[in-house]
Design a binder for this molecule. Structure first.
Ligand code: NAD
Length: 291
């Protein structure tokens, strides 16, 4: 099937990045969010990020203008229903995602493919609440979307081959690489990455190291481009906690229990970069460790 139009639900960190790369690849994009400010912020961020690509000679000014012209926003989720492919990229909260698919159902076309950018929630469970589990799958981008090469494609138990092939074709057209993952909690990347981040928070919690020593140990000692706590702030501590909870509940193994210190940061509203404070305080010129 030939996909031309993409609907995106959620205009946060991931939604705006997905809109950016889709529009640049020539797709017509319609983005919706419950929060009008998030839609406005997404459009100005996309503009800024495309401009950066122009200034680095990665794309032309014409390509930027064409991409911006292909992105429209709406607060009415019903309008998104008429898309060939819908990517849900709202908050990592299962009831919210079920509500979104329920709201979309009366408005989607017979051929519409439904997907979720969820980092960890069961695709099969999300699909089972819709009228088309065979045309439903996981479409998992990495953050930041314009930079990261990988997209995990996750088949639910009922996903059919034409749906998988159509999504794979979209990833190819983006110039990205897809990896196929089975539908088990947190799939591949986060199944491996999140327990490491959680362990870094335990290392901090138990006083084995402070924020700085933990991050520089992993940067210099394991050659990671970012320390795990810096990375957690980048991803969002609420998202990290949500994924650990999905691993803990879904695999029923205590090795996945979220660190109480991670929970405390989320309770404080210290969610990382997006709220200006997490394991680092980003309100000044340079990030300052908070422990
Ligand atoms: P975010 O908090 O930056 O953005 C979420 C957006 O969803 C917000 O703008 C919010 O207003 C909107 N939203 C909430 N409820 C909604 C509803 N009912 N209808 C429409 N919009 C709604 O979150 P994010 O980091 O962009 O994450 C979005 C999804 O992508 C999550 O499922 C997350 O697990 C996944 N993901 C995140 C990352 C990451 O590094 N942050 C990476 C890969 C995948």
């Amino acid at each position: 099937m030939d996909i031309q139009t993409i609907g995106i639900v959620g205009a946060g960190q991931m939604g705006n990045g997905i809109a950016h790369v889709m529009a640049l690849a020539g797709y017509d994009v319609l983005v919706t969010d419950v929060n009008a400010d998030a839609l406005n912020a997404a459009m100005s961020l996309i503009d800024k990020n495309l401009e950066r690509q122009v200034s680095r000679d990665k794309i032309t000014a014409v390509a930027k203008a064409d991409a911006m012209a292909r992105i429209k926003t709406t607060q009415d989720i019903a309008e998104v229903g008429a898309s060939d492919l819908i990517i849900e990229a709202a908050t990592e909260h299962e009831p919210t995602k079920h509500k979104i698919f329920a709201a979309l159902l009366p408005h989607i076309l017979p051929h519409t493919i439904l997907t979720s950018n969820t980092s960890s929630i069961s695709i099969t469970r999300l699909a089972s609440g819709t009228d088309r589990p065979e045309r439903f799958m996981g479409f998992h981008f990495m953050n930041p979307v314009p930079v990261m090469q990988l997209v995990e494609l996750i088949r639910g138990i009922a996903t059919d081959e034409p749906t998988f092939a159509a999504c794979k074709q979209v990833v190819d057209r983006l110039g990205k690489t897809s990896a196929s993952a089975e539908d088990f909690p947190a799939f591949i990347v986060n199944r491996i990455l999140m327990p490491m981040i959680n362990e870094a928070v335990y290392t901090l919690y138990e006083g084995v190291g402070n924020v700085q020593s933990i991050d520089s140990s992993m940067r210099l000692g394991a050659n990671h481009p970012m320390g795990p706590l810096e990375l957690a702030d980048f991803i969002g501590l609420d998202t990290c906690l949500a994924i650990m909870n999905v691993l803990h509940d879904g695999l029923a193994d205590t090795k996945y229990r979220p660190c109480p210190l991670l929970t405390k940061y989320v309770e404080a509203g210290w969610l990382g970069r997006k709220s200006q404070r997490g394991f680092y305080d980003y309100r000044g010129e340079t990030p300052v460790p908070t422990r």
